[in-house]
Design a protein around this ligand. Structure first.
Ligand code: NAD
Ligand code: IPM
Ligand code: MN
Length: 375
């Protein structure tokens, strides 16, 4: 049987709640495909700060690097919000992404593989979208977010003072050619495997980093004549996403625009609690995490939707390990659980047959869907 080592980074807030559900799903779907997992749980974020004094202990990063894939819940919380920058949970997550060199973050805003399944899924969940049914139905887009560059990492950065002696905070949006070229190639290849349409989102009317971005994306486009490339300014893209999201297939954008647009895109499909992500580099293990945060407002109350993390586990199987069949077992089970009417609060609507459940119960139903024999 095939064996993989997985680093589990539960983190903070709802992180441990959703990771526990996703771990069970991985284990069960894996065992049905003859896969064995060795799980290693390590601290990250606020949990690591409390335990070790730093948000990404060396042991956590080295364990992550040594494993075949990394599954992360979420980090952050009120308790650490006023920490100095190097002692913030968020800094730990950024260090992890940089340490694993996972520059390509895939954030699909439609979760299921086959179109016919997607339709069923959409019919069921479209009620949870705040958009009109005819706008939200059938949306299937992928945000390819650059993850280890841009304003998140650019230098100079920091605090200082201006000529009036007033305190200032500053950051730098910077992209080098190689960083744009490699994310552009991933995006073109992603579009090739989808519907062949790529929209590059930037602010090239104002920002030099975006001007270079657009120039390089256009240059790389010559390697992919079969992909239809368009460009859009980010402010317009934010508007178009709610006006007519179906116009998009694959979107490629920088670190910060991708962060914002993917949260926006999540609401088209119903909830941020549904959106998974895969972060990949040139080599080494991938990092898989929901796009949502630690949701301190509902943490510890068994209210979190675990499906974003469960679907991240499916992406781990597919993109991280090449285990497509096990990934499909999870995706199909998510669909089945939703079709049987189980809903956490974030996707609940008073349609016939819908049942409001907590995180744990959603996990139990999911297990039944993966393997009806288990329970
Ligand atoms: P958030 O994503 O944690 O929560 C935003 C809203 O969505 C909240 O109302 C929350 O209850 C809801 N929500 C999020 N995930 C949900 C789920 N699985 N099920 C049901 N509802 C869900 O964003 P925030 O409130 O801006 O940030 C909270 C903390 O999380 C901050 O410390 C922030 O830095 C951190 N954060 C971490 C990550 C990460 O770990 N990758 C991502 C985003 C934010
Ligand atoms: C995300 C989060 C992170 C980001 C934060 C917590 C550093 O918002 O994963 O989307 O901005 O990338
Ligand atoms: Mn975010």
């Amino acid at each position: 049987s095939r064996r993989y080592s997985i680093t589990l980074l539960a983190g903070d807030g709802i992180g441990p709640e959703v990771i526990s559900v996703a771990k069970n799903a991985l284990q069960l779907a894996g065992s049905l495909e003859g896969i064995e997992f060795g799980f290693k749980e390590m601290p990250v974020g606020g949990a690591a700060l409390d335990l070790t004094g730093v948000p990404l202990p060396e042991e956590t990063l080295s364990a992550a690097k040594k494993s075949d894939a990394v599954l992360l819940g979420a980090i952050g919380g009120y308790k650490w919000d006023n920490n100095e920058k190097h002692l913030k949970p968020e800094t730990g997550l950024l260090q992890l992404r940089a340490g694993l060199k996972v520059f390509a973050n895939l954030r699909p805003a439609s979760v299921l593989p086959q179109m016919f399944i997607l339709c069923v899924y959409q019919i069921q969940l479209v009620d949870a979208s705040t958009l009109k049914k005819e706008v939200a139905e059938g949306v299937d887009l992928m945000v390819v977010r650059e993850l280890t560059g841009g304003i998140y990492f650019g230098k100079p950065r920091g605090f200082g003072s201006n000529e009036n002696g007033e305190e200032i905070g500053f950051n730098t949006e910077v992209y080098a050619t190689y960083e744009i070229d490699r994310i552009a190639r991933i995006a073109f290849e992603t579009a090739q495997k989808r519907r062949g349409k790529l929209c590059s989102v930037d602010k090239a009317n104002v920002l030099e980093a975006s001007m270079l971005w657009r120039k390089r994306v256009m240059a790389i486009a010559s390697e992919y004549p079969d992909v239809e490339l368009s460009h859009m300014y980010v402010d317009n893209a934010a508007m178009q996403l709610v006006r007519n999201p179906k116009q998009f297939d694959t979107i490629v954008t920088n670190n910060i625009f991708g962060d914002i647009l993917s949260d926006e895109a999540s609401m088209i499909t119903g909830s941020i609690g549904m959106l998974p992500s895969a972060s990949l580099g040139e080599a080494g293990p991938g990092l898989f995490e929901p796009i949502h945060g630690s949701a301190p407002d509902i943490a510890g109350q068994d209210k979190a939707n675990p499906l974003a993390t469960v679907l991240s586990a499916a992406m781990l199987l597919k993109y991280g390990l090449g285990e497509e069949k096990a990934a499909q077992r999870i995706e199909t089970a998510v669909l089945d659980t939703l079709n049987r009417g189980f809903r956490t609060g974030d996707i609940y609507s008073e349609s016939e047959g819908n049942k409001l459940v907590g995180c744990k119960e959603m996990g139990k139903e999911l297990v039944k869907s993966i393997d009806p024999v288990v329970i």
